[in-house]
Design a protein around this ligand. Sequence first.
Ligand SMILES: *Cc1c(COP(=O)(O)O)cnc(C)c1O
Length: 370
Amino acid sequence: MTSALRTRAVHAGRDDLTDLGLHAAPLDFSTTYPSRDSMEEARRIDEFTAGGNVTGIYARIGNPTVERFEQALAELEGFEHGVAFASGMAAISACLLSAVAQGKRHIVGVRPMYGSTDHLLTSGLLGTEVTWVAPEDVAGEIRPDTGLVFVETPANPTLTELDIAALASACGEVPLLVDNTFATPVLQRPGRLGARIVLHSATKFLGGHGDVMGGVVACDAEEAARLRQIRFATGGVLHPLAGYLLLRGLATLPLRVTAASATAAILAERLASHPAVRTVHYPKLGGPLVAFELTGDPHALIGAVRLITPAVSLGSVDTLIQHPASLTHRVVPADDREEAGITNRLIRLSTGLEDVEDLWHDLDQALKAC
Ligand SMILES: *Cc1c(COP(=O)(O)O)cnc(C)c1O
């Protein structure tokens, strides 16, 4: 199946280009689309309001470059529809608003998850109410007003893995939303295991070069229609240039994730036998991320790397290292952080495409500093 995914990663969203006489995807920057036929425009707006996917009226309704990315990602995740947003958090916000709009403001969540997502759910900023549960207790916390079961696997930043199929059956009628940012469709397609909504921070592996921000949701037609209405009403659209770059990123996604995962597996093994490292978390699924706890000072390690980039975010061509308790998960209350396994000694590494020996050399010399 890997070869098929690699092939579709290159061609998805581009199947019509040869017949159009084009090689690169057309990039359409229009904010508005002229028409001499207002009656036809009215019909198209009605079609959009009724749940249709319409482009070519106004850029907040839809954009053809972005739509290519949406279709390609949906295909790679095995869903009918994709809806793209300005960032991962805009995508998450739209999913929460969609639940609220259906009168279902209760969310069941499993910690840990990305710090800003945790904060958005815990704060209830969008009118939702969260119940945090252990994965095995999901079924017992579902109420008549539960709109979503929201999980991340492997989870940010501890790389804890969840059994998606078991969760999906525990959810019953309630949609299971899986944030698949860490695994990408290369390593895991949650839709096959029963997840009804799959979400990405496209800023990470999908873009892959640390130069584009975006978010995307793969789902069925009914949810996609609601998300497009929410996007139209709230304005969190993905810029066409971002859509172009994300479509380009998808073509190399399988190669990048496979290569970075092979490197990460080697680094995880070497870290596990390093005297300055207490524990290593590396998913059974594999993947480009490694988390590890130090016996010494995590801040000294971050300060001592020279090749590796000390920065938040992940999924870039360069290897990134960060201290979750100081940065990505700072917004999670300290007690909740500890309880979710995000200790002060935990470091998160996102492996890039550099040579593994160069990366190890840098890690090893930096570990001496702590
Ligand atoms: C980064 C991230 C997000 C948020 O995405 P942005 O594009 O930064 O808004 C959501 N979930 C996970 C797992 C992430 O790593």
